[in-house]
Structures are given as C-alpha cells and as structure tokens.
Design a protein around this ligand. Structure first.
Ligand code: AMP
Length: 186
C-alpha cells in the first residue's frame, strides 16, 4: 500500500503515520525526521538544511526531490509499501513525485488529508516543544503551509480521490477512522 499523508504542521501527521505504518506494516517516510537526523549527524545535507529548518522555511525543492528519489530507490521500500509524511510540500515536489511514482510503476496511491482549524494547530505546535517550534517559526510555518503546500492538496483533488479526515480528537479514534476510509479492519 502506498499512502501520501497531507495536512498542515501540527495536525498530527507524524503520529498518525507511525500508527498506520505499524498497522499496515509499511515504511514510514518522514522527510522532517530524515532532515532532523541529518542535522544531528552533521551530514552535508544536515549542515545545509539546519538554518532553514530552524527558521520554519522549506528546504529547496531540488534537495528534497533528490532525497526522496534516493529513499524510494531502495528496493525494499517499494516492495514493502510506504507512507509519505511531509512530502510533497510544494507543487514542484508533487509533480516530481508523480514522475517518480510512474518510474516505479506505482499506480494505486491513497491520498489522505488531515485537517484542523488554525487555533488548534497553533496551540499544539506551541505545546510540542520541538526545537523549531518557537512562536515566530510556528507562525511562519503555518504561512508557508498556506502559501506553498495548500495548493498541493488542490493539485491532488484534481487528479486523485483525496480522503479527508478531521484530525481533532482522540488519537486512536482518528487512527481507526483512517483505517476505515482505507477499507482496512481495525
Ligand atoms: P516536519 O517534521 O514535516 O514538520 O518538517 C520539519 C522541517 O523540515 C520543515 O519545517 C522544513 O523546513 C523541512 N522539510 C520537511 N519536509 C520538507 C519538504 N518536503 N520540503 C521542504 N522542506 C521540508
């Protein structure tokens, strides 16, 4: 199974992606986690991305597309199936991903869009305590989402069926709701 998880920062994509990956036995591919690890390990990617991540802006498309191409090229990832969490975040990333999925002959992809209202997102992001979650960066990240990532959801609505899920409430109930719309038993 191949899943793209869309939604604003703070909506719980990471949490739901983890639960889903475990349940469906597929790989959880979080570009945010890959980047944070690269920063901690001080790899060339990490050194380039550090300040961008800390400011709440987006890492350039060419870097992100190269990174995803590399990750998907690992045979076992395609064989196992995956959940993409945090990618694509721009129209260019979405278009490149279409090409990549074609190259890998992946046709059947599920798109899940998790939603919540902005006050809830602000509250959650400020309580999360991650290094890149100061008030200033949180506001910037929400604006970057509206400007750069919201059009990605529209892009998918025109091409695919998008499964919308309301992301406020009990974590397990939201997880069950996602399984249900995917046609999977809880
Ligand atoms: P996340 O954990 O998904 O919120 O990602 C944390 C940060 O990593 C983001 O604020 C961006 O700076 C960077 N990042 C993660 N995924 C992407 C992406 N697909 N494109 C650009 N930047 C990204």
């Amino acid at each position: 199974m191949y899943i793209i998880l869309l939604g604003p920062p703070g909506v719980g994509k990471g949490t739901q992606a983890k639960l889903l990956a475990e349940k469906l036995q597929v790989a959880h591919l979080s570009t945010g986690e890959i980047l944070r690890k690269a920063v901690d390990d001080k790899t060339p990617l990490g050194l380039k991305a550090k300040e961008i991540i800390e400011s709440g802006s987006l890492v350039p498309d060419n870097i992100m597309i190269g990174l995803i191409r590399e990750v998907l090229s690992e045979d076992k990832i395609i064989n196992r199936g995956f959940i993409l969490d945090g990618f694509p975040r721009t129209l260019q990333q979405a278009e490149s991903l279409e090409t990549l999925l074609n190259e890998f002959s992946i046709k059947d992809i599920q798109i899940i869009n998790i939603t919540a209202d902005e006050n809830e997102l602000l509250k959650r992001l400020l309580n999360r305590g991650r290094k890149d979650d100061t008030e200033e960066t949180v506001k910037h990240r929400l604006n970057v989402f509206k400007e750069m990532t919201f059009p990605v959801i529209q892009f998918y609505r025109e091409k695919h069926k998008v499964l919308d899920v309301y992301g406020v409430g009990d974590i397990q109930e939201i997880h069950s709701g996602i399984l249900k719309i995917l046609g999977k038993n809880d």
